[in-house]
Design a protein around this ligand. Structure first.
Ligand SMILES: Cc1cc2nc3c(=O)[nH]c(=O)nc-3n(C[C@H](O)[C@H](O)[C@H](O)COP(=O)(O)OP(=O)(O)OC[C@H]3O[C@@H](n4cnc5c(N)ncnc54)[C@H](O)[C@@H]3O)c2cc1C
Length: 465
């Protein structure tokens, strides 16, 4: 008997994991195809929530999904590995050796496929700006978000520890009544020490006024309030300065001007500085330099100004790539030079039908493409032709946190609706629930929603370690 078609999906992100789940639940379950998911990590976190991981609003350990367990329940196999090469003639991908700092875990491996789907996402593009990769955190991976979280907490811990030391030495000195010969000297010390110690200043600069930068800035503002509430008194919320630097003349240029304006208004209300039309040309340990000659001092610097696909895609068996390393695909999502290799999501350049623009690198695009590809690959196993992708821009939502008035909005290029406040917040949350429902179905998504509500009631407002 002929072996079932082997469909290998590389990348279990917003798009790839949904595809593996849909194909596993249908073709895999009926043994009409063997579905394998390969990912460089062992667990999945939905990338649009990384800014929440960075500020501690989301505990990734609670929210992460295990690929192996999910594969068991949805009839696909999971392989932990990082793709680094492709042999198109032998229909084989290669996986890099896996090692930790302590031990080598796995040697280089190969994996055969009949149909290959590449969904490896994107990473931050610093456009070669000097100092950016050394001094900025690129918020494109869970590890980077956790690195930001630790750096953020460390600055608070240090400031709070020195504030506590200053306060307790002031208490000791105040307790010692000046009744000795050194009255005059003690008096002067105790007088100056019992004054409120000056609070430290904390400056954060974010390069890029897209969704990532804007959402991160609003979350940091909320985190500063929480930390003050939990006793981290060394830095008060008013002393946290956040600056967003954007090269374009408005925030989120992909949205309507009205939506950009609404976002700007909300950021100003949070006392977040926004510099528009400023290009960052260099980054140092102390801060950022702009083309117009400005210097923005910052202890923490985040670069979120652009994306590019992983560089290894340019070395994949001569497949066509563009200037930001994306694989160029046809409307069927097949790569232009190999009909058995598909690509979608952030790592693919797919033209929008009837337009000279490409599908934007967004979670909703990856979601739509995974739905199309799941149907298409099922059709192709049944001997039917592949379907063509038709992008539906449903607008974009930006989460500006929960504190005070919530400001989330949806700017639809064609209709230009702008939502703000609670409705927008609800729509934003629904985006994530949609992703969860594609993975678990609505029943389990409802249970997860209840679990999240309970966790919010039981746990601190942010992760403090
Ligand atoms: C902070 C942040 C906020 C965002 N907010 C929004 C938003 O509000 N709305 C929106 O629509 N979009 C948002 N985005 C963009 C959105 O996250 C992406 O468009 C979406 O995740 C793309 O999905 P994908 O499946 O193409 O790739 P990803 O979700 O990035 O998944 C790629 C997967 O491939 C794996 N991988 C990478 N390289 C390899 C390899 N060599 N071998 C094996 N596995 C590999 C990775 O581990 C990962 O699991 C945001 C992004 C960020 C970073």
């Amino acid at each position: 008997m002929k072996n079932p078609t082997h469909i290998v999906i590389v990348g279990g992100g917003a798009g790839g994991l949904e595809l593996a789940t849909k194909l596993g639940d249908t073709l895999g379950k009926r043994k009409q195809a063997k579905i394998t998911l390969v990912d460089a990590n062992r667990t999945h976190i939905w990338k649009p929530r990384l800014h929440e991981v960075a500020t501690g609003a989301l505990n990734a350990t609670v929210d992460e999904l295990s690929y192996a367990a999910h594969g068991y329940h949805h009839h696909f196999e999971f392989i932990w590995g990082k793709m680094d090469g492709l042999d198109r003639d032998n229909k084989q991908i290669s996986l890099a050796p896996l090692s930790t700092e302590i031990e080598n875990i796995l040697p280089p491996r190969t994996l055969n496929y009949d149909q290959l789907v590449i969904a490896v996402g994107s990473q931050t593009n610093d456009f070669g700006t000097p100092g950016a990769s050394e001094h900025c955190i690129f918020l494109d991976r869970r590890e980077a978000a956790e690195e930001f979280h630790q750096a953020f907490l460390t600055i608070y811990m240090k400031a709070s520890a020195s504030a506590q030391v200053t306060a307790s030495s002031a208490d000791i000195l105040a307790d010692k009544e000046p009744n000795t010969e050194s009255n005059a000297q003690s008096n002067s010390i105790s007088h100056t020490s019992t004054e409120q110690p000056e609070k430290e200043k904390f400056a954060i600069a974010i390069v890029g006024g897209g969704a990532t930068g804007v959402e991160l800035a609003a979350e940091i503002k909320a985190a500063a309030e929480h930390l003050s509430k939990y006793g981290f008194q060394g830095i008060c919320p008013e002393n946290v300065s956040i600056t967003i630097i954007e090269a374009a003349d408005r925030l989120m240029p992909a949205l309507s001007p009205r939506a950009s304006q609404a976002i700007l208004r909300q950021l100003y209300a949070f006392e977040i500085d926004v510099l528009l039309g400023e290009l960052v040309t260099q980054v140092s340990a102390e801060g950022l330099y702009t083309k117009s000659g400005k210097f923005i001092p910052a202890q923490l610097k985040v670069w979120s100004a652009g994306v590019k696909a992983p560089e290894f895609l340019t070395r994949l068996g001569g497949l066509e790539t563009n200037r930001i390393n994306q694989l160029v695909v046809k409307p069927t999502l097949q790569t232009t030079l190999d009909e058995n290799i598909f690509a979608f999501g952030d790592c693919a350049q797919c033209a929008i039908k009837g337009s000279d623009r490409s599908v934007p690198p967004r979670a909703q695009a990856a979601h739509q493409q995974s739905s199309l590809l799941a149907k298409s690959l099922r059709d192709s196993i049944a001997g039917k032709p592949l379907r063509e992708f038709n992008y539906q821009d449903k607008g974009s939502l930006v989460s500006l946190g929960k504190q005070g008035s919530v400001g989330n909005m949806m700017g639809n290029l064609s209709k230009d609706f702008t939502f703000e406040g609670k409705v927008a917040r609800w729509l934003y949350v629904m985006l994530y629930r949609l992703h969860q429902s594609a993975l678990h179905g609505w029943g389990k998504t409802l249970l997860l929603t209840i679990r999240d509500r309970i966790n919010r009631k039981m746990n601190p407002s942010m992760k403090l370690h």
